[in-house]
Every structure is written in C-alpha cells, then in structure tokens.
Design a protein around this ligand. Structure first.
Ligand code: ZN
Length: 365
C-alpha cells in the first residue's frame, strides 16, 4: 500500500513536470523569432576551392559566428542546418527550416569565377534574368548530383537546364517582399558599413531557397577566386566583419517587424538601385486600337490591371504586369478564357519594349 502511494505520488509529479515543460516550450517557440542559418556545402561537397580556400569551411565559420551573436538575444532562437563538416542534402535543409516554422532562412556561400571578379551579393528566389545569375544558381544547385535519389527528391529537376530552373514554381513568391527586405539590409551593410563591392540583390533559381516556406535569402559573401577577396574571407577579421554585417541585418529586419507589424511596407524602404528585380517586365497584349479607351475593367471583359501604351497612331492595351515569365503565361491563359484568343506576351526592359526572345535569352542562355 505504501509503495503504491509513493508510485502514485511520483507519477503525479511526473505528469505535472511534463505538462509544465510542454507549456513552457510551447510558449517559447511561439514567442521566439526563429532564424535558420544554413552553411552551404559540407562533408564530401567542399563547395568552391578558389585559391585553395574552402567554401564549406568559410561558410560554416560565418554561420556559427552569426548564430553565436544572435543567440545573445533571448527573443531569438537559432537553428543550424549543420554545425560541423557534414554533407546535408539540399531538400533536407529546407525541411529543417519548415519543420521549425522558422521566420527566416539564411543560406551562406562563397562565389567563384574564372576572372578576378569580386564583390558580395544576396539572392532571393526567382526566375534569373541573366546568364550570370543563372550560372551562380547552377553552381550552387549542382550539389544535388552528389545526393542519392536526387531524381526522386527533386522531381526531375536538372540544374544544367535553364528551362528546368525556369519551371521552378515560385513557392517563395508569397515571401518575396520580406526576402528582398532582408537581402537589401544585408547588402546595405556589406556595401556601406564594410565598403565591400555591392553586387546587389538579385533573383535566381536556387533549389535550397525553393524548398523553404518563409522569407529566405542566399548570401554570396564574395569570390574565393579573387586573390584579395579570398584572403579577406578566409581571414579572422573578414569573417568577423561579414558575420556581424549579416547579424546586424537580421536584427534590423526583426526590429522592423516588431515596430511595424501591420504596416510593414518592405520594398519601399530599400534604395531602388540596390534591387535589380524589375529590370524585365512582361505584359500581355490583348488588343490594339486607334482609339484611346479608358483602362477600366468593364472595357476589357472584366480584366483589371490594364495598361495603355501609345505606339505611333495606335494604342496598345496590355493585361498584367509581372517580372515573372511563368506568371505572364498565366495571364495569357486568363485573357484567352475571357475571349482575347490571339493575345501574346510582350517584354519591356526599363520601360522600353524589347523582343521576347531577347528577354528570354538573357534569362536562359
Ligand atoms: Zn556555395
């Protein structure tokens, strides 16, 4: 009887302890701002080896330094996709972030080139608009060939095929504004505080960003292949400076959210020259007329977002306005169902019409 009582008592204690434990962790994770830090490459994949430096090691050192600083803030929880030199599949990195319901995903890499190119850039997911961006993504994506079952895990994705990369669904679109905001803050710190060459905020088709469902950026710290920059990134001082710049940007981003949760207009606060997102715009031409018609939806079978551009004696009417070719294709389908059977996509660069083939060539070749 006595033992029975003790057991009963002990089990009550256990239940109470467990439930209070569950409650506190629940409250903790709900309140904390979760940042997932992703050191590129690792294990059998060294990343680029410019000038003999190892991308995987530099990325890890920077990530650990960023994390160590962020962890000083009691309101931030840091999760690492790797804390040591090990190989992690790209899709697993995204899974880690999604499972943690992270508020931010920051992937850190170093670039390489066969020239003495240098400078720091930050990428958000998107349809790359030029060969350089495509090449950067291709290099970072090619790691999936080292993974087992990559055909299965990436549904036939081929990093070497621009079309394949173009076809990535923009699961990140919802988070694009915030991703650009963070990327802009990071670039501002690199360029203004550290006087690094600013390679700006760009879009490209990185698989690792495609896998995540939260604002996500990929930082290319600089070029290991550049003699001076490689030495800087490999140095203690360089790593300290670059990691502080990233850490500060994450804190600035977070305090922006804290201060102005409801009215958080992210894109406006970045200087426009830091963003090369909107250089090519696609619209769908639905009609042309010598008459100037008001761009009201009732004049265009219910389609809104109509723009009118005069060309010579003709007014051309366009539906939609997007920097994403896939989205433009969606607009075409929509316009066709409304009866604009012969509508087609037109590309604009810096406000000027350019041949579609040229716009696509700059993204795919
Ligand atoms: Zn890399």
């Amino acid at each position: 009887m006595k033992t029975h009582n003790i057991l009963y008592f002990v089990s009550i204690i256990i239940v109470l302890t467990c439930s209070s434990f569950i409650e506190t962790t629940d409250v903790d994770t709900r309140k904390k701002f979760v940042v997932v830090l992703d050191a590129g490459h690792g294990g059998k994949d060294p990343g680029n080896l410019g000038n003999g430096y190892k991308e995987k090691d530099i990325a890890l050192k920077i990530v650990l330094a960023v994390g160590k600083e962020l962890e000083k803030n009691p309101n931030i929880k840091v999760i690492y996709t790797r804390k040591k030199d090990e190989f992690i599949d790209l899709f697993v990195r995204g899974k880690i972030a999604n499972k943690a319901k992270a508020d931010l995903f920051v992937s850190v890499h170093c670039d390489s080139h066969n020239s003495q190119a240098y400078g720091a850039g930050t990428f958000v997911l998107g349809t790359h608009r030029n060969k350089t961006n495509f090449e950067v993504a291709k290099k970072e994506n090619s790691v999936i060939f080292l993974e087992e079952d990559y055909e299965k895990n990436y549904a036939g994705f081929d990093p070497n095929s621009p079309e394949s990369v173009m076809s990535i669904l923009l699961t990140q679109e919802e988070y694009l504004d915030q991703s650009i905001k963070l990327a802009g803050l990071i670039q501002n710190n690199f360029a203004n505080k550290l006087k690094r060459k600013d390679r700006k905020v760009k879009q490209a088709g990185f698989i690792v960003l495609h896998q995540t469902v939260m604002p996500s950026v990929l930082v290319e710290l600089g070029f290991l292949t550049n003699r001076k920059e490689g030495a800087y990134l490999n140095s203690k001082n360089g790593q300290r400076e670059m990691s502080m710049a990233i850490k500060d940007a994450i804190l600035e981003y977070k305090s922006g959210l804290d201060k102005n949760v409801t009215n958080y207009n992210v894109v406006e606060s970045i200087s426009t020259n830091a963003v090369e997102i909107d250089d090519i715009i696609y619209k769908v031409q639905i009609s042309a007329s010598s008459k100037s018609i008001e761009t009201k939806s009732y004049n265009f079978k219910g389609l809104d977002d109509i723009s009118k551009i005069q060309e010579g004696s003709l007014y051309k009417y366009y539906y939609g306005n997007t920097s994403n070719y896939d989205t433009a294709n969606g607009f075409v389908q929509e316009a066709k169902t409304k009866g604009y059977k012969s509508c087609f996509i037109v590309a604009f660069k810096d406000g000027k019409k350019i041949p579609l083939s040229e716009a696509l060539k700059s993204t795919s070749n």
